[in-house]
Design a protein around this ligand. Structure first.
Ligand SMILES: CC(C)(COP(=O)(O)OP(=O)(O)OC[C@H]1O[C@@H](n2cnc3c(N)ncnc32)[C@H](O)[C@@H]1OP(=O)(O)O)[C@@H](O)C(=O)NCCC(=O)NCCSC(=O)CC(=O)O
Length: 400
């Protein structure tokens, strides 16, 4: 026997990493079915047998042009909608069960595609993943997507799983925040973060007087994003972004601004469209100051790179205006919104991937080393994450 039990503080300290958690690899995926925003009003009104609502269709066309979206990927095709006429009128024909059945298989499969890409880029074996953090709004199953991913990816049965359901659009940032804490408090941990969303749970036909349905059908897209997060990179691992600090704030009195209710018909999403950009504009500087001041950084917003959740063009415009950002600062967020739509929590992972792509292609010449991820969601909740990009040096990357 040794000299007795070790000091508990020493055990805790020895378990902690030396450096900050970093994103080591990113993977993304979308369903095969691509819809162009210009074609979508025709497709949507045809698929829902709503062509007679001529005025509403014109309104929907105008709305579709204002959202900042040009293209999206959707799991539900016209054929799938034809096969499920009950999806058209969920108030009359409850169809939550059928929708959840679709999500039960399709969400883990899409999540697995993004995860495999992240693991392949990371370059190590799937069995080296020690923790799994999965988030989705699209489903409510036990065992959940996390458990399904274990056999799909060939993860160890002892992988430590955390499943986050129904966090709205801040889910991706929340999952990365949890991953940072896991990685920094479990020396050697390698955390796979996975977000996946399907909007079939929100699908319904248009209805006069129901603006929210138009919003939900015009804005959201399907996708999955995955990232491997770990501290103290080993030889062969390439850190992309260090996660320096994380914070979450709820705007007092804003609980009705964005909500999702699970009903027997389908998910019913509500967005206070005119209020949300104003609430974000009114709170974002405080969140940024709270995150950056403790790090000794000031309010030189154009000296940072930006990953802002592209809730819609109006939200990005508001952040732009309040922070007086140069036009190129939100280019990655705008591109992801335009090419994929708002994919809830998945979207910030796509923006991270887009920033990385721009960095590697040299499109972000002079891109600052420090940046911020801002995600918004129900509550109204703001997630703020300070990032430090790892700079390429002689073919490799270096940490700060
Ligand atoms: C809805 C908007 C696109 C509207 O854009 P504009 O304000 O530029 O244009 P606008 O005012 O002319 O509105 C366009 C048309 O929509 C109508 N309209 C707009 N808002 C409406 C509302 N709340 N109720 C009823 N009608 C409404 C207008 O009357 C107009 O109709 P007509 O054309 O007939 O005159 C924008 O305000 C927006 O993007 N808001 C923020 C969206 C948002 O909160 N996204 C976050 C998603 S949730 C998320 O990301 C997080 C999460 O889910 O957790």
């Amino acid at each position: 026997m040794g000299s007795g039990p070790a000091n508990v503080r020493d055990i805790c300290r020895a378990r902690r990493s030396d450096g900050p958690a970093a994103v080591l690899a990113i993977g993304t995926a979308n369903p095969a079915n691509c819809v162009l925003q210009d074609d979508f009003p025709d497709l949507y009104f045809r698929a829902t047998k709503s062509e007679h609502l001529v005025g509403l269709k014109e309104k929907f066309k105008r709305l579709c042009q204002k959202l900042g979206v040009q293209k999206r990927y959707l799991h539900h095709t016209e054929e799938l909608i034809r096969a499920h006429p009950e999806f058209l009128d969920p108030a009359q024909t409850p169809s939550l069960d059928e929708r959840l059945d679709i999500a039960k298989t399709a969400v883990p499969e899409l999540a697995a595609v993004a995860s495999r890409k992240a693991i392949a880029e990371w370059g190590r074996a799937a069995t080296d993943i020690t923790h799994l953090v999965v988030t989705t709004n699209s489903g409510a199953h036990i065992p959940g997507v996390d458990a399904r991913l274990v056999p799909l990816l060939g993860l160890r049965p002892t992988v430590r799983r955390t499943m986050l359901y129904l966090n709205g659009c801040f889910a991706g940032a929340a999952a990365l925040r949890v991953a940072k804490d896991l990685a920094e408090n479990n020396r050697g941990a390698r955390v796979l973060v996975v977000c996946a969303e399907l909007t079939v749970l929100l699908f319904t036909r248009p209805d006069e007087g129901d603006f929210m349905t138009l919003m939900n059908q015009g804005l959201f897209g399907d996708g999955a994003g995955a990232a491997v997060v770990g501290a103290d990179p080993a030889a062969g691992e390439r850190p992309l972004f260090e996660i320096v600090s994380t914070a979450q704030a709820i705007v007092p009195g804003s609980e009705d601004a964005i909500s999702i209710n699970v009903t027997k018909g389908c998910y019913v999403g509500h967005i206070s469209t005119r209020e949300v950009p104003v609430l974000i504009g009114g709170t974002v500087e405080r969140c940024l100051m709270d995150a950056l001041e403790p790090l000794g950084m000031g309010a030189e917003w154009n000296d940072l790179f930006w990953n802002v959740h592209p809730g819609s063009a109006a939200i990005l415009d508001e952040v732009d205006a309040v922070l007086r950002l140069r036009p190129e600062k939100l280019a990655a967020s705008r591109r992801v919104l335009s090419e994929y739509g708002n994919m809830f929590g998945v979207t910030v992972i796509f923006v991270l991937d887009e920033l990385r792509r721009r960095m590697e292609k040299g499109e972000e010449e002079g891109m600052p080393e420090w940046g911020v991820m801002l995600a918004f969601g129900p509550g109204l909740t703001v997630e703020t994450m300070v990032l430090h990009r790892c700079v390429e040096q002689g073919g490799g990357r270096r940490r700060s």
